[in-house]
Ligand binder design. Structure first.
Ligand code: NDP
Ligand code: 2IT
Length: 446
């Protein structure tokens, strides 16, 4: 390891003990940035990277709520306000039992670079709770969201901090959160994104992350004169990102053969077509069932407790969660002929898996570039809210495609090596850093 990176990481680990995912995210960025900063001493003397790695503010609070039995439940609530150099804090809320400070700090840190890459004026933030929405009634979810927002409302606002969805937070939760904010503040405003179309939302926001990650895969393939047409695609997850990635891959002529949830994956070699995807959407978004039921309905194989990376594919899209592709799985993917990875999830590949992709010279689009379409359309939702206007699907989709293309160009600009190989990790980290760093320099020691 580069001794400068090692020294930097020793300080990060000492200051943030036990926050393993945060260390992992910072390490990946530091490996790209420290050599770049050495070549650009203005960033070094101003300790820009050291400042970016320290949240501007961390809010931690109690969320008491009453379950359907009338019993009091208590969860932890968080909002990490990471960096506001280029705009209001912006980033999703995650409701999942694994949520802790280290996970949200990694997500907020990634968000700073991702939001910068979109070219829109958004700082970085992330929040959430260890609340588990699984098995809860709609009323319980509503009471929880109301209690969560009772505290969060003091800290956010359309010009301050604009949360959105992430794992466990979709349209239903954003609705309850928005209703409570409006009630407390007596303000109808763009304080959240991912809102319903009838009350301030943007078309294409639900689709945006999955569509964007698919456009990014297409952009990467185009650098090799290739496309998604006729490609076999393995997708993990079966939530928001996975569903709309499946839809767009299919529209572009690819064949999606896997989906998963935390219990296992289904393998459908015939491909998950529109009708089957409609079934998945109903199963996951309305019935809130398990992906196993797909295997029962369509008579395909289900692999309990397994991830889909053993399946033969050309393209893989990890769209579930962090660290869901390890070194062995990455090597299996490559061995089976996979040559393009586009990450819809945040940090789904372990550092060893990333090294395997880079060593093999395959196309690898890291999450902070490939999944930026979601937050980008959130930024477009903020724009529409400010104008009190709504754009058409065509307008928003064109802008999304343009933004993904721009992000791809930025990665090429900063990541293309002398031998022609595009290192998208380096490209995304440097490309995301420059605008934030220059803004911090311009704004003084803050
Ligand atoms: P959803 O809650 O809609 O879906 C999450 C999916 O991932 C579910 O299928 C879930 O299965 C699975 N999953 C969650 N945790 C685990 C786990 N520990 N192991 C295995 N599977 C798991 O979330 P999204 O689709 O919105 O988010 C997916 C990923 O995309 C996350 O990494 C998120 O941070 C990232 N992302 C999301 C954006 C958005 O706009 N929504 C934007 C950019 C990135 P189960 O139901 O069993 O829990
Ligand atoms: O990780 C992400 O970029 C998101 N969950 C979306 C954030 C947003 O503000 O739309």
């Amino acid at each position: 390891m580069d001794p400068r990176v090692e020294k930097f990481m020793a300080t990060i680990k000492a200051k943030n003990p036990g926050e393993n995912e945060f260390h992992q995210a910072v390490h990946e960025v530091a490996e790209s940035l420290i050599p770049f900063i050495e070549e650009n001493p203005k960033y070094k003397h101003a300790k820009v990277l050291e400042r970016i790695a320290e949240p501007e503010r961390v809010i931690l609070f109690r969320i008491p709520w009453l379950d359907d039995k009338g019993e009091i439940q208590i969860n932890k609530g968080y909002r990490i306000e990471m960096n506001s150099a280029i705009g209001p804090y912006k980033g999703g809320l995650r409701f999942h039992p694994t949520v802790n400070l280290g996970i949200l700090k990694f997500l907020a840190f990634e968000q700073v670079f991702k939001n910068s890459l979109t070219t829109l004026p958004m700082g970085g933030g992330k929040g959430g709770s260890d609340f588990d929405p699984k098995g809860k009634s709609d009323n319980e979810v509503m009471r929880f969201c109301q209690s969560f927002m009772s505290e969060l409302s003091r800290h956010i606002g359309p010009n301050t901090d604009v949360p959105a969805g992430d794992i466990g937070v979709g349209g239903r939760e954003i609705g309850y959160l928005f209703g409570q904010y409006k009630r407390l503040r007596n303000e109808f405003t763009g304080v959240l994104t991912g809102k319903g179309i009838d009350w301030g939302g943007s078309v294409i926001r639900p689709e945006a992350t999955g569509y964007g990650a698919t456009y990014f895969a297409q952009n990467m393939l185009e650098t090799r004169g290739d496309s998604l047409e006729g490609k076999v695609v393995a997708i993990s997850g079966s939530g928001n990102v996975a569903q709309f990635a499946t839809q767009k891959v299919t529209e572009l002529g690819g064949k999606v053969v896997t989906l998963s949830d935390s219990s296992g994956f289904i393998y459908d070699p015939a491909g998950i077509d529109k009708e089957k995807l409609d079934y998945v959407m109903e199963l996951k978004n309305i019935k809130r069932g398990r992906i196993k039921e797909y295997a029962e309905k369509y008579g395909v194989e289900y692999f309990e407790g397994k991830r889909p990376w053993s399946v033969k594919c050309d393209v893989a899209m990890p769209n579930a969660t962090e660290n869901e592709v390890n070194e062995e799985e990455a090597k299996t993917l490559i061995k089976n002929g996979c040559y393009c990875i586009s990450e819809g999830a945040n940090m789904p590949s372990t550092p060893e898996a990333i090294n395997a992709y880079l060593d093999a010279g395959i196309l690898y689009g890291p999450g902070k570039a490939a999944n930026a379409g979601g937050v980008a359309v959130s930024g477009l939702e903020m724009t529409q809210n400010s104008m009190r206007l709504g754009w058409t699907r065509e307008e928003v989709d064109n802008r999304l495609q343009m933004i993904m293309k721009n992000i791809h160009d930025t990665c090429v600009k900063h990541g293309k090596q002398d031998d022609g190989f595009i290192n998208y990790v380096r490209g995304a980290n440097i490309g995301g850093f420059i605008k934030v760093a220059d803004s911090m320099l311009a704004q003084g020691v803050v």
